[in-house]
Design a protein around this ligand. Structure first.
Ligand code: 0PR
Length: 392
């Protein structure tokens, strides 16, 4: 750090240089984030100093958080939920599984006697093979064994595979409503039945799909409507058009939420359920603002436009004999393309396009977010064709 500070102009000039090096979303087809809505940005700035880690000081923002959670509960078919606004899908997933693990350990007496018990094995969690890498972090942080269930031909988790991985140390199951790589929705109704039969928790990772599925023409069973679903992660900072960091974690049962309680004796509030201490009230206000500004109708329009663009792109690709690995369910496309890694790097190097890849099966991955336009797709398709033609 400098001994004396720089001038405002100097700082602005440095920041402008840095900002100029950031990409704009103009040629980004790899991201699950987008430009936040103008009303969200405005609210974010207005509440910039608000700290939800000590919400006794910020009663107004706390009230907005309660309203956001209740609107999300209503959207996900359970008005009586408990939860909080997180920093995003990763924190929501960590906290959901932490509550499962805490309750599992409480039920199995004290940890010490468990460790002495020769028959005790590590708690395990059954997740789809397509689960986001945040679950690898979950496994590491919480010392929970991750059991990855295989996928069927549609890249949904196989219900049989999930069933075969459950044993007496299984703390719960994870289902995905909008998988990161394929945008696929797992057979959550069947998983809900399995969770109820085995008396274990079922967490639904709807970090991406949570702001897509409720606004699609076709209806999907993925939320609290299903009796076995015990918690849901949903991210306003993805398809919710809010600012970063906006995630939300909702529990059906307050018992699960209670298992996350920490005492905070010297704050304005005496308990905390969150992973972070200091927490952005700006993101809460931004989410409240955009959800209330757009309403269901606004999100329906956003999703319908993204799906129109997705279909448009698929038609153009079909003309070039390029096809998706699965029929896209939402605005995520995984394409069967030869030499995906090379195609990806050449699209970036020669044409500035940012695309991504899928692992298993290997494919080229495109996310059609609200910043995408028809013109953008037209020029992307021309460049992709040039790259593919030159491979032959
Ligand atoms: N669950 C699912 C299904 C996700 O897709 C993601 C992130 C998470 C959880 C974790 O959410 P946070 O990143 O909010 O903690 N999905 C995107 C991904 O990993 C996140 C992303 C967004 C990546 C924008 C790149 C990017 O430019 O691909």
């Amino acid at each position: 750090m400098n001994e004396t500070g720089l001038s405002e102009e100097e700082i602005r000039s440095i920041l402008n240089d840095s900002k100029a090096q950031d990409l704009t979303y103009e040629r980004v087809l790899s991201s699950m984030c987008t430009y936040p809505h103008k009303i969200a940005v405005e609210a974010h700035m207005q509440f910039i100093e608000s700290n939800m880690g000590d919400f006794g000081l910020f009663r107004g923002t706390y009230d907005l958080e309660k309203k956001v959670l209740s609107a999300l509960g209503e959207l996900l078919h359970e008005t009586n939920i408990v939860g909080y606004m997180t920093t995003g899908g990763t924190e929501s997933n960590i906290q959901a599984i932490r509550s499962m693990r805490n309750i599992f350990l409480q039920q199995h007496k004290s940890q010490d006697s468990l460790l002495e018990d020769q028959n005790f094995e590590r708690p395990n969690l059954v997740v789809p093979d397509s689960a986001h890498f945040s679950f690898d972090k979950v496994s590491d942080i919480l010392d929970v064994e991750l059991r990855k269930a295989s996928l069927d031909k549609d890249l949904k988790v196989s219900v049989e595979s999930v069933g075969s991985l459950i044993d007496q140390n299984t703390i719960g199951l994870v289902a995905i409503a909008g998988s990161t790589e394929f945008g696929q929705v797992d057979p959550i109704k069947e998983l809900s039945d399995i969770a109820l039969e085995n008396n274990i928790f079922l967490h639904v990772d709807a970090a991406f799909g949570g702001f897509v599925l409720p606004f699609m023409e076709k209806s999907y069973d993925f939320d609290f409507k299903l009796p076995g679903v015990t918690s849901i992660a949903i991210d306003p900072h993805k398809m919710g058009l809010s600012t970063i960091p906006s995630g939300a974690l909702l529990f059906r049962d307050s018992h699960q939420f209670e298992s996350l309680r920490a005492d905070t004796p010297y704050l304005t509030v005496s308990t905390q359920y969150t992973l972070t201490g200091t927490r952005s009230g700006a993101a809460v206000a931004a989410t409240y603002a955009v959800m209330n500004f757009l309403g269901k109708e606004g999100y329906r329009e956003t999703v319908s436009r993204c799906m129109e663009l997705t279909d448009y792109l698929l038609d153009k690709l079909a003309e070039m004999d390029v096809y998706p690995l699965i029929e896209p369910v939402m605005n995520v496309i995984a394409l069967e393309v030869p030499e995906c890694d090379l195609v990806r790097s050449r699209l970036a190097k020669e044409f500035n396009w940012q695309v991504s890849i899928t692992q298993n099966p290997h494919g080229l991955r495109l996310v059609i977010m609200p910043h995408v336009s028809f013109e953008m797709i037209d020029s992307f398709v021309v460049d992709l064709k040039k790259v593919l033609d030159s491979l032959e």
